[in-house]
Design a protein around this ligand. Sequence first.
Ligand code: OOB
Length: 547
Amino acid sequence: MDRPEQSWPAADAERYRAAGYWRGETFGQVLRERARQYGDKIAIVGGDQRWSYAELDRRADAMARAFLDSGLRPGDRVIVHLPNIPEFFSVIFGLFRAGILPLYALPAHRITEIEHFAVTGGARAYVSAQSHDGFDYRTLATELKARVPGVEQVLIVGDAGADTGFTALADFQARGEASTTVPVEPASSDVAFLQISGGSTGLSKLIPRTHDAYIYTLRDSDRICGMTEDSVFLGALPIAHNFPMSSPGVLGALYVGARVVLSTSPSPEAGFALVERESVTMTSLVPPLLLVWMEAAAKTHFKLDTLSVIQVGGAKLIPEVARRVKPALGVTLQQVFGMAEGLVNYTRLDDPDDIIIHTQGRPISPDDEVLIVDDLGNPVPEGETGHLLTRGPYTIRGYYNNEAANQRSFTEDGYYRTGDIVKRLPGGYLVVQGRANDHINRAGEKISAEEIEDHLLAHPQVFDAAVVSVPDEYLGERSCAFIIPKGDKPRAVAIKQWIRSRGLADFKVPDQVVFVERFSETAAGKISRKELRATLRAQLDGTKDSA
Ligand code: OOB
């Protein structure tokens, strides 16, 4: 690992190996092994491409050689900013084999987020698609190269554009095919890639995940979720996110020799056609999408009867909706409560309905340690609500190169402070009650209030700003920006446009803008932003945009 404080203490590591969790496998070896076992069996379906395990293995080899020949070295970081397309896999498995770390960005991210990842991750290359969802990523890449000189190379899936200096991925791979470079296999205890945190306070942090620990979650997730070599998993959510990537997700599917089907849109229109055509057995959704899928299923002419499990997570699923899943879709619902930092909880497929409907599941591992504590850090009595702390065989012990965040987010004895407020039922099942800190969980997308406030404060007509979450029937939570104007009051639409113009993901644009003359006496007297936000949230009560 890069820095000792990010790794597990030697005694814990030894315990996790002895328990058979960490088996010394790397992603590169796993793919080689599956290509040997499954050869021509189709591994990945996306657009008009169908790649077998052997084909993916061959492409990954070529990519690994091309990355090394291009001057990248083991341990370097590369931003992977791709939608749900097969090339996602040739790129990441190529990087894994070369010992280079992918840093996963979400398709919704824009220049400001990507620049932050490039700088904090010290990225040397950027890989994106020509365009997706009406956005041309080549313009982002041009801006990125101008802003961050450390990003030396840009690879584009599709047309790299004239005079951009970018390389088309197909050409890059062809170079790798002609090369004789032999990559050196990384160690299984090495960091395989960097995930990004939801960014509960301030900007997103980078999460180092090792081969050993991540592959362990795939193996046990496959078992818990019933993923076998006969399964067909539909990647409908953006697969760069930890949930559809590994719970058990697309990587869990490949781990066990199943088939991955990729949808570039999470809509039921796109998803249902693929379910019927590819006989999909399992997929994962966030709660608002589940609602849309249930509604659409009542009217669709597509056959969905191969679907047997739908997993729902990323944000709280309310019991009233959970109860309707089986009748509406004829599938088993599995609730998933996880985090990119590690801990993942699942309801088990054979749990009684009551557990499946009312809880967010229990941890993957018998060695996941879960502590529920009060504000002072003392354990609460069993069954009572408190802050969730956790450590275990796949929960990180520290963020990548971020000592300040590590001080805040980890206890001295290595527990990760999740920021979630939960209670624990008999059997270890967790029920999520809310968040301790001010992030907004908008349909599973995490937004840091602080990050948006900083951008609002940069507006010339904003004197002060506070961003809060508001309960929303459809999204779970939406965002509301309270603004004290400076001089002429701007219009709400102009404020929203401002956030967009700052080069941020669209989901971070405040859903609602409310202008106030001042923060009320009680609120203004508060010392912390956190208390101010709480006071403002309480005062909201169905208010609409001010302008
Ligand atoms: C998943 O990962 P992240 O890193 O985007 O977000 C983690 C946070 C959790 O700390 C919690 O606040 C919230 O998302 N969350 C849920 C939830 N699942 C996640 N809140 C309530 N109910 C749930 N079922 O979101 C993630 C990673 C792996 C698997 C599943 C989700």
